[in-house]
Design a protein around this ligand. Structure first.
Ligand SMILES: Nc1ncnc2c1ncn2[C@@H]1O[C@H](COP(=O)(O)OP(=O)(O)O)[C@@H](O)[C@H]1O
Ligand SMILES: O=P(O)(O)OC[C@H]1O[C@](O)(COP(=O)(O)O)[C@@H](O)[C@@H]1O
Ligand SMILES: [Mg+2]
Length: 318
């Protein structure tokens, strides 16, 4: 291998820059040229490529977002788009590609592998919705941001005896809400994996109010409820004051946590090592605190076993 390309794709996640830095440093260590493809798969189709030197990535470990920019590309979802992308890789002489992104981006990487590209995936998404790895880059930072916001919301709830609904991101994965609740960030939690209907939420709130607890926090994953309707329903049914906060994009920004920086650094280096050692077509991951690799073709459809954290939740919130 001579020229290694790296791109970030899908939603940005804190720690993507630390991963780019690690990939570029490892590539140079092995004597390869490193290039960055800007704007994810769309930039690959458009040939938006820049050379990456060590000094380009030197101070990037602590920065949120992605220095390479990112996008969601509908053109890449189509075969003609992917064929254009392959042509660009060939014309640019890129013989190894590292894709840093979430579940959609790794599906895209698998499609490139099917077309003969030497590709490695690095999981980076705040949602933590990739079952083959315990953690994706960005999840820990976002979780900490959520807990910081919740702490602030709790101060005002306590002062007014208010009930709060806090909506967090996660797309169709409840990990951000679940782990925020495990860390003490909510008394009632509803996730896609364990959905509470509105009456179940009211019943739990009623029980807590009866026992003298008047400031309660309900944490929910996005896309599950019409928040205004949920708030009104609880207010009418329980005759209490409820206020709702959807945390939104504040969750995706910010400097990555130490955990995410270290994870991204380990994964970035491991991704290059996989290419060097002939393991193209895999994605790096973390299982039981060890860096692992998984076949890209096997990632799609893998379902995470969440029994343990939900049992813990039941124990802590009962
Ligand atoms: N099934 C697929 N086949 C080919 N490309 C895909 C597929 N799913 C997603 N992609 C590509 O990956 C991009 C990012 O995926 P998306 O799901 O938006 O974000 P993330 O990778 O963060 O989960 C998409 O815009 C698309 O270009
Ligand atoms: O930035 P957009 O396109 O509005 O997407 C919002 C979605 O992106 C995320 O922040 C991250 O998701 P991905 O990592 O899959 O891109 C989700 O939590 C959220 O549902
Ligand atoms: Mg995703």
């Amino acid at each position: 291998m001579k020229k290694l390309g790296v791109l970030t794709s899908g939603g940005d996640a804190p720690g993507m820059n630390a991963a780019i830095r690690a990939v570029v440093k490892a590539a140079h260590y092995h004597g390869f040229e490193a290039v960055g493809i800007r704007y994810g798969y769309q930039g690959l189709i458009d040939g938006d490529i820049q050379r990456l030197t060590i000094s380009d990535v030197e101070d990037m470990a602590d920065r949120g977002g992605t220095m390479l920019k990112t996008s969601r590309s509908s053109e890449f979802m189509r075969e003609e788009g992917r064929k254009k992308a392959i042509q660009v890789l060939q014309n640019a002489g890129i013989d190894g590609l590292i894709v840093i992104g979430g579940e959609g981006s790794l599906k895209g990487a698998e499609k490139l592998r099917e077309l003969g590209v030497s590709v490695i995936g690095i999981p980076a998404t705040i949602d933590n919705d990739l079952a083959y790895t315990d953690y994706s880059i960005g999840f820990d930072t976002t979780l900490n941001t959520i807990l910081d916001c919740i702490q602030k919301i709790k101060d005002t709830d306590f002062s007014h005896d208010k009930t709060a609904i806090v909506e967090v991101m996660g797309r169709y994965c409840g990990d951000l809400a679940l782990y925020a609740a495990l860390a003490g960030g909510g008394e009632i939690v509803s996730t896609p994996e364990r959905k509470l209907d509105v009456d179940a939420i009211c019943a739990k709130l009623h029980e807590r109010i009866k026992s003298g607890k008047h400031n309660n926090l309900v944490i929910v994953t996005e896309r599950m409820y019409d928040l205004q309707e949920l708030q009104q329903y609880i207010e009418t049914k329980l005759h209490i004051r409820v206020r709702t906060t959807s945390l939104g994009f504040i969750q995706r920004g910010g400097s990555p946590s130490a955990f995410d920086r270290v994870l991204a650094s380990k994964m970035g280096v491991a991704a290059v090592e996989l290419l060097v050692n002939g393991y193209a077509g895999h994605a790096v991951g973390l299982k039981e605190n060890k860096i692992i690799y998984q076949n890209l073709a096997a990632i799609n459809g893998e379902i995470a076993d969440k029994q343990e954290p939900y049992q813990l939740l039941d124990m802590l919130l009962h």
